[in-house]
Design a protein. Structure first.
Length: 161
């Protein structure tokens, strides 16, 4: 997050919104990040604005299936479960994570148009609606992959009895 900071994480990329525009957007909308690994990149000024204060310990209670970052994590878990996880499932979760990451960056305040990525302007009602449509599609794509990972974990645990 680039809210009220001079320390821009990806400083080699220009912002498509000025710092004051970013602050106006963040200040005008509810901040509802439930994913610990995303929240840990919030600036100190942004952290208190978040309705939740996720920690590693509260992740299981706070994660929800429409969260882009939770759905990208399916790849992380599939890869960590190798060699027990099929290469097909690893590839499927990778493709999902790649597609979600594209949306994540398109919805960011960075200008990625030189790389062929058009912005999803979440600072506008239309942009937020577009982002939500993508979230729903990704949540549906993630559902069977998450189920396959859960089934794999259950089978692995059952084999340890």
């Amino acid at each position: 997050m680039v809210y009220k900071t001079v320390d821009i994480r990806h400083a080699s990329q220009p912002l498509r919104l000025s710092q004051s525009e970013v602050a106006t957007v963040v200040d005008s909308l509810p901040v509802r990040c439930s994913h610990y690994d995303a929240f840990r990149f919030f600036t100190p000024e942004a952290r208190p604005l978040n309705r939740l204060q996720p920690t590693r310990e509260t992740s299981p209670q706070l994660e929800q299936p429409a969260c882009l970052h939770a759905n990208m994590d399916l790849y992380k878990w599939a890869f960590k479960l190798a060699p027990w996880c099929s290469s097909e499932l690893i590839a499927d979760t990778f493709e999902l994570a790649r597609d979600i990451r594209e949306l994540d960056m398109r919805a960011s305040p960075y200008d990625l148009s030189p790389f062929g990525y058009t912005a999803v302007p979440i600072e506008t009602p239309e942009g937020r609606a577009e982002y939500e449509r993508y979230q729903r599609v990704f949540a549906e794509r993630a559902r069977p992959l998450r189920q396959r990972l859960i089934e794999l974990c259950r089978a692995l645990l059952a084999g340890n009895d």
